[in-house]
Design a binder for this molecule. Sequence first.
Ligand code: SAM
Length: 275
Amino acid sequence: MNKKEIEDIEIHLLLEAISRRYGYDFRNYAQASMKRRIKHAVAHLECEGITELTGRLLYDESFFQDLVQKFSIPVTEMFRDPEVYRGLRKEVAPYLATYPFLKVWHAGCATGEEAYSIAILLKEEGLYNRTTIYATDFNEAALNTAKKGIYPIDRFKEYNTSYFESSGTRSLSEYYQAEYDSVIMSQTLKNNLTFARHNLVTDESFGEMHLILCRNVLIYFNQELQDRVLNLLSKSLIRGGFLCLGAKETLLGSSVQDQFAGFNKKLNIYRKKIE
Ligand SMILES: C[S@@+](CC[C@H](N)C(=O)[O-])C[C@H]1O[C@@H](n2cnc3c(N)ncnc32)[C@H](O)[C@@H]1O
């Protein structure tokens, strides 16, 4: 048996151990990027190799929490891909406006910047007061940042540009307070926004959503897991509800494809069929 084959066994055992000990299932994450992240974790958590990593996390829960951080990649930004927000504002919001109340689910929200962006968009379209936004992730540390809504001020120049490119109608600075080198998102955006832990691989569907955003999350999953998660997202949507995926993601070719009509395929926005 060569070194690579032995390493594959070690990775299999590591992911099995995580699943059985902590209930986090990484077994169907895309292999190449998972391997990279495991090697990165071995180096940064100062382990001799993957087997030592497995042994340590089995007995030390806080060590496992550090590892989840390394596996999670909570990279995000406000109004990421502004053309998508423009599409949501111009094309999707008029449909949303026909409902007396709205439920929006932001799945894989990382540190929350996108959830605040959606809150701003809904506010400007006059829909925020009738909306509940659920923003979820499995990364507790990222969720804590999201709940506080405090972000480094140096990113806001770029966010301001994206906000305008998304057809923002006011000034982004109306939605936060600047303090030293940070900004604090306004309480009015937080009122209808709930951040909660949810694992897309192991937890249940959310139910009766009018709009679900799950962007730049499926790229980390293999085809089988993408299919399973897309099923969960579809189950969580009302008929006629909207699903927005990331730029490199699609539901074309998945087992839920027939449940959706392409709404704006260029922006990866789909609408669940009414019938
Ligand atoms: C690259 S970020 C994307 C954040 C945001 N949606 C965006 O597009 O800017 C991917 C997020 O997916 C989350 N994630 C990965 N696997 C997950 C799972 N099984 N359940 C819930 N969230 C998960 C990670 O913790 C991370 O915060």
